[in-house]
Design a protein around this ligand. Structure first.
Ligand code: PMP
Length: 417
């Protein structure tokens, strides 16, 4: 029996109770209460298939990959290399060697900033981002600005959290060499018009990096249809293990880029005078990889893609609409981020309690939410607030979770209101 033998159980129909049954942690009581886990945007919980995959690798099939000629190394290598094809199919990349394994979204963006940015961009070239980017899609470009003299431009958002496309287009000029933009805002839930962004950017000759960390768990993603030149995401937000992720890049761009990290596995030959680099994807994968993690990410992708996609989308849309409506009824509550195109996230503030106090009281009621700036301080600055409470949903979320949240907010009102 392999870890993914149980997969077809959820295929074909969307039955949230059966989905929940795949997540052992959801049966845990926290603080003596039913767990309402509403923090999937920070990291998703793991289905049994992923947990068992990791245990299976270490119990039955673990050794270092690639170089070994012995049985265990061969088994681990077969499982490990198969994941590249799973990712390729998940995002519809044209080629398997366009999939680079990384440590996560942050790692992928830094790889592009360092390997592509440092060589393809020169002083005065502009990188266009948006006001709703996660810090990991801001800071690497600022580091490049300080080192290389590139110019960082920021497209603003409207007060509902949608991207100001007029301003975006005005900032997009022939000086723009790279557009780095999120598919979905982690603080607001806004879905950006990513196909339009790619089309407009390409019209001025710019390349596009898409931060898919919050997009891939909620939106069927096709990098070719989207027009992305680079696409990055994290395994742990897609029901897989932490420390895993993917950089997709068009082969032509990846081929032209120098490696970022040097070391084992990324070379064809080494002498003290000269090193010849390995072809894609290995050129960008120096060192022993996260073997069990990557295999576990593959198990997460198998689990995720076995879900009925239309059913999943309809379910998440229902929970978001229901949650938004129920929150809107809470006295003194203001939603932060009300863009027409939204997924998965319901950020809010209460006019009589601080987000951290709200989070602490909700925790006593078994409700797990994130509070703070969500690594998107410029978004907070836009709304002139320090923090929000951010419930976020995933494949296993239910209306019962929302009811528990709203009941918890009743307790907050009793204490602070
Ligand atoms: N971008 C977005 C939109 C995110 O939500 C996150 C994670 N909160 C990241 C990037 C960074 O992802 P990671 O911490 O997994 O590298």
């Amino acid at each position: 029996m392999t870890a993914t033998d149980s997969l077809p159980r959820t295929a074909g129909v969307y039955d949230v109770e059966r989905v929940r049954a795949d997540f052992p942690i959801l049966a845990e009581k926290v603080r003596g209460k039913r767990l309402a886990f509403l923090d999937s945007a920070a990291s998703a919980q793991k289905p049994r298939a992923v947990i068992e995959s990791i245990a299976h690798t270490y119990t039955r099939e673990y050794a270092n990959v690639h170089r070994g000629v012995h049985y265990l190394s061969e088994r681990a290598t077969v499982a490990y290399v198969a994941v590249r094809g799973k990712v390729q199919r998940l995002i519809n990349a044209a080629r398997e060697d366009e999939i680079i394994f990384t440590g996560g979204t942050t790692d992928g963006i830094n790889l592009v900033a360092q390997a592509y940015g440092r060589t393809a961009l020169k002083s005065g070239d502009e990188v266009l981002i948006t006001e709703m980017e996660h810090h990991s899609n801001i800071v690497p470009w600022q580091m490049l600005r300080d080192e290389k003299g590139i110019v960082l431009r920021v497209a603003p958002i409207h007060d509902d959290g949608s991207l100001d496309m007029d301003a975006f287009q005005a900032l997009l000029t022939e000086k723009t060499r790279l557009v780095a933009v999120t598919q979905v805002s982690n603080a607001l839930g806004t879905v950006t018009p990513i196909r339009d962004i790619c089309r407009l950017a390409h019209a001025v000759g710019a390349k596009v990096l898409v931060d898919g960390a919050q997009g891939i768990p909620h939106i069927a993603t096709d990098v070719q249809d989207m027009g992305a030149d680079f696409y990055v995401f994290s395994g742990h937000k897609l029901y897989g293990p932490t420390g895993t992720g993917v950089l997709y890049g068009r082969a032509e761009l990846l081929d032209a880029m120098p490696p970022w990290r040097g070391g084992g596995d990324m070379i064809r030959s080494v002498t003290f005078e000269h090193t010849e680099y390995a072809p894609l994807p290995h050129k960008f994968e120096a060192g022993t990889p996260n073997i069990a993690g990557v295999i576990g990410m593959g198990a997460g992708i198998d689990w995720f893609t076995a879900l009925d996609r239309d059913g999943l989308d309809a379910h998440e849309a229902d929970i978001l609409a229901y949650g938004t409506a129920r929150l809107a009824e809470v006295p003194g509550l203001r939603l932060v981020g009300t863009a027409p195109e939204k997924v998965a996230v319901m950020s809010f503030v209460l006019d009589y309690a601080h987000p951290h106090d709200i989070g602490t009281i909700l925790d006593q009621e078994g409700v797990a939410v994130r509070t703070g700036h969500h690594c998107a301080q410029p978004v907070m600055q836009h709304y002139d607030i320090a923090a929000t409470v951010r419930p976020s949903i995933g494949a296993y979320s239910t209306r019962e979770d929302i009811e528990q949240l709203v009941a918890g907010l009743g307790k907050v009102r009793e204490m602070f209101g």
